[in-house]
Design a protein around this ligand. Structure first.
Ligand SMILES: NC(=O)c1ccc[n+]([C@@H]2O[C@H](COP(=O)([O-])OP(=O)(O)OC[C@H]3O[C@@H](n4cnc5c(N)ncnc54)[C@H](O)[C@@H]3O)[C@@H](O)[C@H]2O)c1
Length: 301
């Protein structure tokens, strides 16, 4: 198939493009940055003419392009709404005009906000606690409306804490890459709370696999599901493993827990198992080891 990956020059986009090529697909990228391994239309998803050009000859769209920082979204709700929500409707409308009807896209655990119970199931309450989460829920609502109104096949994949080699955001607010850099540099490892918080870390290659499987889902329908890791993990256990793989003690600095940062946040992964035939296979130990190796090989301290 001919596939367009929006955000295909990002952390998840790069390995996804490679995996799609390995599965025999022809891949094109639409991103503000170039992915040097694939033909890239450099442009903004808010630019309808660029989107129309990028969509020429395409069968399926993987939509990953988003602003991604929950904290920043609180300061910039307008920009987040414009980029993520308006960007998605421009993409869907342009797809509709060009007769392209399949979109598999990045949603997030952020759609749930503070869970009423764990493990979180897909039909539990969705009540985002920041504009980023709101944009992901709005993207889902747009996608489901295109499935029902126009017969689109849309798949919302709600990733929990995605991590792995190649994660290099600027600024970096995600826990694992931040911890790795802080331990390597010997700077303070900031932990909010006592480290007993449990999170659901899921390895990037497993997430990529789920996207490939999503191509097989029933056509003409809206699908939504959690993509979760193997187990819930305490933050302090992540730090301990990282200390082992880096060979250095962490200089942990504890701060009071942040509001809206629940003690337990992890998913029930059974829907993805039933509908997609997918569950994550990478252990936290293996995933963290590979991630640390990547940082040591690619990032100086
Ligand atoms: N990283 C995580 O832990 C996580 C968790 C849940 C969901 N997600 C979602 O997964 C997706 C991919 O995340 P990532 O970590 O690879 O992010 P990333 O920032 O590494 O990649 C996103 C890419 O999208 C591009 N982009 C953003 N806005 C654009 C626009 N208007 N036009 C064109 N390109 C644009 C950026 O240039 C970037 O290359 C995002 O939608 C994110 O919200 C990520």
């Amino acid at each position: 198939m001919n596939i367009l990956v929006t955000g295909g020059a990002g952390f998840l986009g790069k390995p996804l493009c490679r995996a799609l090529r390995t599965h025999g697909h022809t891949v094109k990228v639409l991103d503000k940055k170039e992915n040097t391994e694939f033909p890239t239309v450099i442009g903004d998803i808010l630019d309808e003419a660029k989107v129309a050009t990028a969509l020429e000859g395409i069968d399926v769209v993987f939509h990953l392009a988003s602003f991604i920082e929950a904290g920043e979204s609180v300061q910039k709700p307008y920009e987040y709404t414009q980029n993520n929500v308006l960007g998605t409707v421009i993409l869907l409308e342009t797809m509709r005009k060009q007769g392209i009807k399949t979109m598999i896209f990045s949603s997030s655990a952020a759609v749930y906000g503070e869970p009423l119970q764990v493990p979180i199931k897909e039909d539990d309450r969705t009540m985002p606690i920041n504009p980023y989460g709101m944009t992901k829920l709005a993207m889902e609502a747009l996608a489901s409306s295109y499935s029902y109104a126009y017969g689109f096949t849309c798949v919302a994949l709600r990733y929990f804490n995605l991590y792995g080699p190649g994660e290099d955001h600027e600024p970096e607010t995600h826990a694992i890459p931040r911890f790795i850099q802080q331990i390597r540099e010997g700077t303070q490892v900031t932990v909010w709370g006592n480290g007993e918080h449990q999170r659901d870390f899921v390895y990037v290659d497993d997430i990529v696999d789920a996207h490939i499987k999503a191509l097989e889902l029933e056509k003409g329908k809206y699908h939504y599901m959690n993509l979760s890791g193997k187990n819930a993990t305490r933050v302090k256990d992540v730090i301990q493993l990282l200390e082992t793989y880096i060979g250095k003690k962490a200089n942990i600095q504890q701060f009071p827990p942040r509001p809206g940062d629940p003690l337990l946040l992890f998913a029930d992964g059974s829907k993805a198992k039933e509908e997609l035939g997918w569950e994550s296979t990478t252990t936290l130990e293996d995933g963290l080891k590979k991630t640390v190796e990547w940082f040591i090989a690619n990032k100086s301290v």
